[in-house]
Design a protein around this ligand. Structure first.
Ligand code: ATP
Ligand code: MG
Length: 412
């Protein structure tokens, strides 16, 4: 029996893992400077949290959830997104009303797998509670942009929109779409009565053409939302963040109430070009049983950031150890002592512990792309100095064990 991973999931290992590490490290370091704190929530939740939170008419709830009954018959789901879980945790644990949090973890959606679209995927996300000001919306967008920049993403385009339309807008939109009904896909025909705004977001080419000329939500904002949206735009401009207002962008989740935003790239094809998405959701906390609390946030897909970085860089190579210890079989203990002491000094190093020829150990040092090889043979033990060979230029120097770490650190 030969096992294979399931469709739509993946294994990540060297050298791609180095890009994953640097994406996560970049995000964590930006979260620290913005003073956002880590929250960890379970990957399993009661299914109603999402059907309630994300909206019964959303694609996720209608067809993408991994749900099952557990041994006690509880209806459970592998979380398809992070926000509803974080809101649940915020309410359940009575977290401070004003809380700025981030999470990193996997989500599950039964989708058709493609590049950048998986059934289990990782999101890095942010949820900020208790601040309804446009400054918080701007902060969250600037934070998102800072992470993309720190991760090395070039040419991401920011689109923003506001969904706080007056009541008349939805009626107008529905009437407009009713007339175009024959050109819409089956899904959108269904959405027309329940969530007409969703039709604007359909990726189907026919639907995209049908919605051209639809009434623009940005021309029907409530006065408060309009003022706030203007302020967000001016704060972004002042912060040097460029953006386009896209009145057709609605996002796939029901809970957004005001500003929404997306960062896209041209590296992943039209179906998967969104790398980060979010917005304000001022009703969800109350909807899920808490006090009415303003909130805003976003999530980005690590797989998509990875694909963009790979496309930008061409090839990915994982950095090798700074030092690889090579020993005569008599001196494995000394090698073990040295590898431990170099590691204690913060040098990234490796060693093989089997009895092997120098040649085979050198080959391993080369294949691991070691910066230096530190050789411990009979001569070295007799003189008390180990040979430190620069693998890039072949130069070699004899150094006492205690001086090796400093020597390696001093030479990039
Ligand atoms: P899409 O329109 O691409 O399906 P979405 O609107 O469903 O995205 P969100 O639920 O807002 O996306 O998720 C935020 C981000 O998570 C997306 O911008 C994307 O980077 C990532 N993402 C969403 N679904 C997947 C998936 N199936 N595989 C990998 N990444 C995903
Ligand atoms: Mg989706």
């Amino acid at each position: 029996m030969k096992y294979q991973r399931l469709r739509g999931v993946k294994d990540v290992f060297s050298p791609d893992n180095s890009v994953w590490e640097s994406i996560i490290a970049a995000a964590v370091s930006v979260f620290k400077t913005y003073n956002y704190s880590l929250i960890i929530t379970p990957t399993i939740e009661e299914i109603s949290l999402f059907s309630r939170g994300i909206g019964e008419a959303s694609d996720i709830v209608m067809k993408e959830m991994y749900d099952f009954n557990d041994k006690k018959g509880r209806h459970i789901v592998l979380r398809p997104e992070g926000t509803a879980s974080v809101v649940r945790a915020y309410i359940e644990n009575s977290l401070p009303e004003k809380s700025d949090m981030y999470y990193i973890g996997q989500m599950f959606r039964y989708e058709r797998p493609q590049t950048g679209r998986y059934r289990e995927f990782y999101q890095i996300g942010v949820e900020s509670f208790g601040d309804a000001t446009p400054y918080k919306d701007a902060e969250v967008i600037i934070l998102a942009s800072a992470i993309l920049k720190a991760a090395g993403i070039k040419d991401a385009v920011l689109n923003i929109n506001c969904l706080a339309a007056d009541a008349g807008y939805y009626e107008k939109l529905k009437n407009f779409l009713e007339e175009k009904k024959s050109g819409l896909c089956g899904d959108c025909k269904n959405k027309l009565s329940r969530a007409p705004i969703r039709v604007l977001d359909c990726k189907n080419e026919g639907c995209r053409q049908a919605v051209a000329g639809a009434p623009l939500i940005t021309e029907h904002l409530t006065p408060g939302a309009g003022a706030s949206f203007s302020k967000i735009k001016s704060l972004l401009t002042a912060a040097g963040i460029s953006f386009t207002v896209n009145p057709a962008m609605v996002r796939g989740l029901d809970y957004y109430t005001a500003v929404v935003f997306e960062f896209t790239t041209d590296k992943l094809g039209p179906q998967q070009n969104t790398i980060l998405a979010g917005g304000r959701y001022d009703n969800l906390v109350e909807e899920l049983g808490g006090k009415k609390t303003p909130a805003t946030g976003f999530a980005m897909g690590i797989e998509r950031l990875f694909e963009v970085l790979k496309a930008q860089e061409g090839t990915i190579t994982e950095a090798g150890p700074e030092a690889f210890i090579i020993v005569d079989k008599e001196f494995i203990d000394r090698g073990f002592e040295l590898v431990n002491s170099l590691r204690n000094s913060g040098i990234r190093c490796a060693m093989g512990y089997q009895e092997r020829s120098f040649k085979s150990q050198f080959r391993e040092a080369e294949s691991k792309k070691a910066g230096f090889a530190v050789i411990i043979g009979e001569t070295e033990v007799n003189t008390g100095k180990y040979s430190v060979k620069n693998m890039a230029d072949g130069s070699q120097k004899e150094i006492e064990a205690a001086g090796i770490a400093a020597y390696i650190k001093g030479r990039p």
